[in-house]
Write a protein that binds this ligand. Sequence first.
Ligand code: NAG
Ligand code: NAG
Length: 394
Amino acid sequence: MEKGLIFLAVILHVTVHSQLLKQQPEKLSEDGRLKFPELADKYGFPAQQENITTEDGYVLTLYHIPGDTSKPVLLIHGNTPTGDCFIIRGNTSMVITLARRGYDVWVINLRGTRYSRKHVRLDPDRQPAQFFDYTFYEQAIYDVAATIDFILKKTGQEQLTAIGHSVGTTLLYVLGAEKPEYNDKIKLAISLAPICFMQNVRGVSRLGGPLGPWLIDLMSLLNIHEFLSYDQFTPLLQAICLEPFGYELCIKIGTAAVMGSDPDGLEPEFQKTLFGHFPGGTTRKTLAHLVQITRRKKFARYDYGAIKNLRVYNSFQPPEFDLKKVTMKSALFVGKEDFLSTPADAELLKAALPNVVHYQVLPYEKFNHADFVMGRYMTDNFYPYFMEVLDKYV
Ligand SMILES: *[C@@H]1O[C@H](CO)[C@@H](O)[C@H](O)[C@H]1NC(C)=O
Ligand SMILES: *[C@@H]1O[C@H](CO)[C@@H](O)[C@H](O)[C@H]1NC(C)=O
């Protein structure tokens, strides 16, 4: 725990002072240097870029690897990575694996992250307080909603399959609850490491309860709106993690404290790819919202404090998301060693969702939060179960 805390403090400190660092491409692997479309080219499935403007003005980059248009699949990344997380394992990545099986693959990049740091009116660098004033709530009801409509229109389909990882799954529950008409547009929602209830998190995130508010206040004080941005943090992680002892610090201590320990799944060599892509950026408000969910033990809208809640929601408490309205077919996959999406919390979610058609705690003992999208052994530990569900329902 203390190690984790020091790690957090260092990260926070550097957020404010890291503008001086530059990208260090010479330390990266080729795949670490390539962007999404170049990786897609390299592995034999060229991607097209689509640009979506949301109702509230954010401009999103959506990547598309064309396949059988009757089987559109949308991949939704979690909080802090980008759509890259689904392709950086190259030939064994989810994007390439799905493309090879003929699916029409679409990869979202949520607002504010590396490829979608754009708005029709707001400049993220000059107006960070306005630009980064969102949480996963807005990403769900604007970004994911607009993207689903775009894909259905392009493919002429009435439904698509949505695959979320981590907070990418949260977006599906928020969307289904807040805009119930979207339940019918989703043929199957596959949740990898679902995040909804967070009462049983393990590792450093347990500190989110007692220390979270303090951390968030500190970030406000330091005027941090955007957090873990691509431009600031990848150079930092390249400087720290790709040096001797970097693997111990970044993967064996840092990643293990947050995501659960499976160092074998993220081998030293892979860091040279990973830290060319991760992190992709999030907001203080998102972090604050996640801390609230951990502390309040309620899956609810952002808590502004009683007075402002009254103004925004017309009640002292933020309204809870009504999971009974999330009627889309859901398949949930959970890892035993996942510190963020624990089997205990996934059980709570399973009991709350009305239409769970598949629930599985994966058998591999060390399966952690990252292993779903960038684990070294996904092909053995995960894809067989995943493909069975896809073949059955999609
Ligand atoms: C999206 O924007 C990019 C960069 O501005 C551009 O190269 C690309 O052609 C656009 N895609 C479409 C389909 O308009
Ligand atoms: C990926 O796998 C395919 C088929 O196994 C192989 O032909 C190709 O060379 C591989 N691509 C790279 C870049 O490793």
